[in-house]
Write a protein that binds this ligand. Structure first.
Ligand SMILES: Cc1cc2nc3c(=O)[nH]c(=O)nc-3n(C[C@H](O)[C@H](O)[C@H](O)COP(=O)(O)O)c2cc1C
Length: 186
């Protein structure tokens, strides 16, 4: 696909076939991620990949429980209360793979760099016929000292972009994008 076609075609996918994603494809999307620009060329990232469904289910459940406990406290979660109250809700939508982009430090520069890497990764996934979705909800649990210990991630690293990938099942909703508001063009 042409680049602009990929940019226009990428959409968050929340329904996946159970088929595993080939290791070579995961390697390709990570290779695309590290081509992103970075402040001072620091390339301040590491990656983690989880393809074990039991591990994904476990982190999903811990995320669901955590967010459910915050529903009354964090106003912005109110609209999601029913999802989190449902024990069947899987925050990773049963995707067969999760790729997490970690910043090696919590600086705004490093976390911004990781978001650029994430978009490269999602575009590359689209080009390869894979769906993807950034699962920001999962970052709370991925960033707990307990989970970092479980995954061998140093305390100072930050899970910035948890991206699920897999083969889309069914039609992919394409939310309307607002036209750009150009506020100056001198
Ligand atoms: C920082 C960030 C966090 C997100 N977190 C979630 C999430 O936790 N769960 C989810 O289903 N989608 C999540 N999304 C996907 C957005 O809902 C989605 O990008 C948005 O609705 C626009 O749709 P599109 O990606 O199809 O263009 C997240 C996206 C971003 C950029």
């Amino acid at each position: 696909m042409e680049l602009m076609d990929v940019i226009n075609a990428r959409r968050s996918v929340r329904a996946y076939k159970p088929d595993a994603v080939e290791k070579s494809k995961i390697e390709k999307i990570i290779a695309a991620a590290v081509q992103a620009p970075t402040g001072m060329n620091q390339q301040p990232w590491v990656f983690g990949v989880i393809q074990d469904a039991a591990v994904l289910d476990d982190y999903s459940e811990r995320t669901r429980q955590f967010l459910l406990s915050k529903v009354g406290e964090w106003e912005w979660l109110a609209g999601y209360a029913d999802y989190f109250a449902n024990p069947e809700f899987n925050v990773f939508y049963h995707a067969p793979a999760l790729v997490v982009i970690y910043a090696k430090n919590a600086s705004p520069l490093a976390t911004t760099d990781c978001t650029l890497a994430a978009e490269n990764m999602m575009l590359a996934a689209c080009e390869l016929g894979l769906g993807s979705c950034w699962i920001g909800f999962s970052a709370f649990v991925l960033n707990t000292p307990e989970v970092k210990r479980e995954l061998g991630i140093p305390e100072g690293y930050v899970a910035v972009a948890p991206i699920i990938v897999g083969y889309p099942a069914g039609p992919i909703p394409a939310p309307e994008k607002n036209p750009p508001e150009v506020m100056y063009w001198k």
